[in-house]
Design a protein around this ligand. Structure first.
Ligand code: SAM
Length: 216
């Protein structure tokens, strides 16, 4: 639906309308780029594949890549259009991914159930992060990891693309601090700013956070 087709009283903050907005973005093709997020790829390097869960998986580029690397992957998003794109990519790549249509403001993955929980480029306001990210952390099985990639706060002034609303941007250290309050048993493995090219060149600047849940 385009701006000029929206009915009177349309509230773009309402979750149903936000979901429709994502459907629309996913229906225009793949805005996620040609391949998996490079910061995700760097973060996963060296990990032994097991079960993986990508929350807010969008059109599935990262989930399909994880599956191609041997991860038993489940991808969750509330956009049926995004998930349909993901299914098509998985078919083309001849990999299996479980696709779940869920609203992350309502649904939470089973606790302590997954070896690798991934969230890439979910830029929601802090009050919504405070719902979704602790659920993601809780889903990490003993010995497993939570990997979060976002556009870093620096991206708004020194980077490229991503939301301009800085309230939706974060540093990895901020997210780590928020999650360690909720679960102090988690261990920070990486908390970094990742630049694709050195300054003053402009390219996306990511935050990368990897937390591990120790074995009991
Ligand atoms: C910028 S896209 C990122 C997609 C993918 N992770 C990537 O990096 O390519 C953000 C995704 O978050 C999803 N999303 C936002 N809020 C959500 C919610 N409450 N429940 C499920 N998915 C949500 C949107 O549908 C969209 O597909």
């Amino acid at each position: 639906m385009h701006d000029n087709e929206r009915p009177a009283g349309w509230d773009e903050r309402h979750p149903d309308n936000r979901r429709l907005g994502w459907d629309e973005r996913h229906s225009h093709g793949d805005f996620e780029g040609d391949g998996p997020n490079p910061t995700l790829v760097a973060g996963v390097a060296g990990l032994a594949p097991g079960s993986a869960l990508e929350l807010a998986a969008g059109s599935g580029t990262n989930a399909v890549w994880l599956a191609s690397q041997g991860w038993r992957t489940t991808a969750v998003d509330w956009s049926p259009v995004g998930l349909a794109n993901g299914r098509a990519k998985a078919d083309e790549a001849a990999v299996e991914v479980e696709w779940l249509e869920r609203d992350l403001f309502v649904w939470a993955p089973p606790p302590r159930s997954v070896d690798l929980v991934v969230i890439v480029y979910l830029h929601v306001p802090p009050n919504e992060r405070a719902v979704i990210y602790p659920h993601a952390a809780a889903a990490v099985a003993p010995g497993g990891r939570l990997l979060i990639v976002g556009h870093d706060k620096l991206n708004a002034t020194e980077g490229e693309g991503g939301p301009q609303d800085t309230a939706r941007l974060f540093t990895a250290d901020e997210i780590a601090a928020e999650l360690l309050v909720v679960d102090p048993t988690l261990v920070i493995e990486r908390s970094e700013v990742v630049r694709r090219i050195p300054p003053p060149g402009r390219a996306p600047i990511d935050s990368l956070l990897i937390l591990r849940r120790p074995q009991p």
